[in-house]
Design a protein. Structure first.
Ligand SMILES: Nc1ncnc2c1ncn2[C@@H]1O[C@H](COP(=O)(O)OP(=O)(O)OP(=O)(O)O)[C@@H](O)[C@H]1O
Length: 790
């Protein structure tokens, strides 16, 4: 018995032994298996990938060291310490100023990373973040400086005079937007396409980043307060630092000028420029002046509202500048004319000169104002320029990469590119987006090589990592574009963007576009942009971020009434708008699914779109909604940004948007290209705090309408009929969404209570149970009102 079982064991072990031996076989002939059951090629590719990753890691470290060193040198130079250090240390000096001692270098690095707000520049490899030293609580609050208040008031008066001028200018049909640039245009100078030939001096100053030249020039210009004007006198041109400072100054003027990036130069970038107070006798009665200041401040808001009101009538989108005035290919101009694009929009007029010049730019313009064309034209020019140099290359390089946050947006931009490429036979564009088969992408790339790729970050990284030869093609990249840049630089996408930026050449032009650019994004934009990039802002600090012709209102009602209200508002709108086209935004995919089923049951012509739907379905619905009238699209945030559905008459947002920016983008699906539109925000009473986040936007709080009893009953009957699994999924999704919102998610007991109220509103009495793991992850285990699955 024993010997037979031994025999059986041995016979089992034999195949394993043989497979191990096969690894040791000499090279040549016959199939071989490698550890993990990989074949030879998979094994080889795995090793190549690992080697690439290692190389990338090393490069990254080296890059960081280099950049840190460079920053230290700049800092040392600006503080004048370098020469002393050079004298102290025996090491050689570069260009007249020596490197810092290692001690100073470490101190400088610490300064730079410990600066408040530098967390975004922190890298995993840099080690843990420590908070900046806090101000001691015992520090007495600074006394109110009455003199400063009076001086501030004078500045306020100046601002007001400036504003009334600009408002007059707007009556004069002139747009106001600002370009914050490292290089400034001279008074009366023309944009590139208007100049016969650029002077040598100009091209010298633009070539490369001359540390000394640029910094000194910027300093001189900022210090002297030089404001230069281009041919487009309506552009106010400011250095980026001016702009940053202005942002900081909103709450009251600070007599300081910041130079270079605060995060990069530590304290050395702060120049103190004292305002000289006027002698006392000149100042008159302080008390009276202070009272006037108060009055001024009170009036200021109403004055701005007035200006906005007038602006609403005056805002025009198209400028007098025509596309054929700018130096783009005649073939593109023909295509533009075919698409009936003759005059430029404001953002195109402002951004094209900068982008065509080859400068890095961060561009902010309202939703629906033609940003896509503003970056696609330079994209085509970049390909044309690159093609002349790459005619004989065996592999066709990818010259332009456009990154978008959503698949629908990528498809739309590729379609728009094709419109502009109508007469360019040799140039192609392709999309790389999730939700399609990877193999199909590969086939398309091989059979139909293209120079322009429009991609979502995840799928692009798949190709970089897994498609042999793709990274090599990316080495020909000349222009990187981030559409909806603030979203792409958000935490959700940032890591992917960092990886993509690491996979493309450093010598490239980068353009970032969005309708919203929060301050924090301006800081991290340096992940992609060069330091001397240009900031083109067609909205301006005093401007409103939303289209002026869109009427915005807000209803506050308890959850139980939300679905009834949505139905009522839709009915009303349909009655008054024969060609209605409505988008209803919900907080999550599953809440969207619930809303869709409800409205469908209420016999509305409704479609649904969210991330849980297959890509083919999403594309079909997107196309149908674009082409149709008298239709309602219920959607999650997949449709919030960039997608251009023409003639949307109403946007309803149910529940709080994830951020102010998201509110603006969702609203921007209506009122495109200067058209009129309507936006309604529907909040529960406890969500009303969001109104502070959208402070400054012209949203009017509206009275709740009387709800018809029959209609109420109808909605309740429909809710009753909805499948319990849809309701359950909606509850779970709702809980997840609000848990992730800081203001609500931090008080778990309250969250559970609110979730129960939502539960009632969708017709469930008892909240559905959560998986133990999910509850743990969400920090909801053991919270009253949260049920856990047994
Ligand atoms: N010069 C032009 N003349 C007329 N129409 C234009 C012009 N440029 C763009 N458009 C139209 O403007 C509409 C909006 O353009 P686009 O989608 O590029 O806006 P956007 O600024 O990118 O909006 P969002 O911020 O929502 O992404 C499109 O329908 C486009 O066809």
């Amino acid at each position: 018995m024993a010997s037979s079982s031994l025999l059986r064991e041995r016979s089992k072990a034999l195949p394993k032994l043989l497979s191990r031996l096969s690894l040791l076989r000499p090279m040549g002939g016959g199939p071989r298996t490698f550890p993990g059951g990989l074949n030879k090629w998979q094994y080889k590719r795995m090793h190549e990938k690992m080697a690439r990753q290692k190389e990338r890691r090393l490069l990254q470290q080296e890059k960081q060291l280099y950049q840190a060193r460079l920053r230290s040198e700049i800092r040392a130079k600006l503080s004048g310490k370098a020469s002393r250090d050079a004298a102290d240390s025996s090491s050689s000096s570069i260009g007249g100023y020596g490197p810092m001692s290692s001690k100073d270098h470490i101190k400088a690095l610490a300064d730079r990373f410990m600066k408040q707000g530098a967390e975004d520049l922190w890298n995993e490899d840099d080690g843990p973040i420590r908070s900046a030293p806090q101000k001691r609580p015992t520090d007495p609050a600074p006394p109110i400086d009455l003199r400063k208040l009076v001086i501030d008031r004078r500045n306020l008066m100046e601002d007001r005079v400036g504003e009334s001028r600009s408002s007059l200018a707007s009556f004069d049909q002139r747009r106001q937007y600002s370009i914050a640039a490292g290089r400034k245009l001279r008074p009366g100078s023309k944009p590139r396409w208007k100049q016969n030939s650029s002077s040598e001096e100009d091209s010298d100053s633009e070539s490369g980043f001359n540390l000394e030249g640029d910094a000194t020039k910027m300093y001189r210009e900022t210090k002297l307060g030089v404001k230069k004007h281009s041919r487009f006198s309506r552009f106010s041109i400011r250095s980026e630092e001016d702009f940053e400072e202005e942002l900081d100054e909103v709450g009251g003027r600070i007599a300081r000028k910041k130079m270079m990036s605060g995060a990069a130069l530590g304290n050395y970038d702060v120049k103190t420029e004292r305002r000289v107070p006027r002698p006392v006798e000149e100042r008159g009665n302080f008390a009276k002046e202070i009272e006037e200041i108060r009055c001024e401040l009170r009036n200021r808001d109403s004055y701005r509202n007035d200006a906005r009101h007038h602006g609403a009538q005056e805002e025009t989108l198209l400028t007098k500048t025509r596309f054929d005035e700018c130096s783009i290919s005649p073939l593109t101009i023909r295509a533009l004319a075919d698409a009936r694009y003759v005059q430029m929009t404001v953002v195109q007029e402002a951004a094209l000169p900068v982008c065509l010049e080859g400068k890095d730019a961060l561009v902010k313009a309202k939703t629906g104002t033609g940003k896509s064309v503003a970056f696609l034209l330079p994209a085509i020019e970049a390909v044309l320029k690159a093609t002349t140099n790459t005619l004989n290359q065996r592999v066709l390089p990818i010259n332009v990469l456009v990154l978008c946050p959503t698949r629908e947006l990528a498809i739309q931009i590729a379609a728009e590119t094709n419109v502009l490429l109508k007469y360019h036979d040799g140039i192609g564009v392709q999309t790389l987006i999730g939700g399609t088969r990877f193999k199909l992408d590969q086939k398309r790339l091989d059979s139909n090589p293209c120079q322009i790729i429009v991609a979502t970050p995840g799928r692009l990284l798949d190709h970089i990592d897994n498609k042999s030869g793709f990274s090599a093609r990316l080495m020909g990249l000349k222009l990187l574009i981030l559409d909806e840049a603030d979203h792409l630089l958000d935490l959700g996408f940032r890591k992917d963007i960092e990886k993509i930026v690491d996979s493309v050449p450093r010598q490239r032009q980068s353009l970032l576009f969005s309708a919203t650019i929060p301050k924090e994004v301006r800081r991290v934009s340096q992940l992609v942009l060069k330091k001397d990039h240009v900031f083109v802002d067609t909205v301006g600090l005093a401007g409103v971020d939303t289209p002026i012709k869109v009427l915005q209102s807000c209803f506050v009602a308890s959850h139980e009434l939300h679905f009834h209200l949505v139905y009522h508002l839709l009915k009303e709108h349909i009655m008054h708008e024969p060609d209605y086209k409505v988008i209803v935004f919900c907080t999550t995919a599953m809440v969207t699914a619930f809303m869709y089923v409800l409205l469908r049951d209420l016999k509305m012509n409704v479609r649904e779109m969210h991330s849980r739907k297959p890509q083919l379905y999403r594309s079909r619905i997107s196309e149908e909604f674009r082409e149709s009238k008298n239709i309602i699209l219920v959607t999650s945030d997949v449709s919030a940004r960039g997608v251009n559905y023409p003639d949307v008459t109403l946007v309803i947002q149910v529940g709080i948007p994830s951020a102010r920016e998201q509110y603006i983008h969702r609203l921007g699906r209506t009122g495109r290209v200067g058209k009129a539109g309507k936006g309604i925000l529907l909040l529960a009473p406890w969500e009303e705090y969001f109104m502070d986040d959208v402070n400054g936007l012209p949203i009017e709080k509206s009275q709740l309408p009387e709800l018809d009893l029959d209609m109420k009953q109808k909605v309740e009957d429909s809710i009753e009929k909805i499948d319990p699994s849809i309701k359950e999924a909606a509850y779970h999704a709702w809980l997840g969404y609000y848990n992730s919102i800081h203001e609500i998610g931090r008080d778990k007991t309250m969250l559970a209570d609110l979730a129960n109220r939502f539960c009632h509103s969708i017709g469930i009495d008892k909240p559905p149970a959560l998986f133990r793991k999910t509850a743990l992850k969400m920090g909801l285990k053991g919270i009253a009102g949260i049920r856990i699955r047994k």
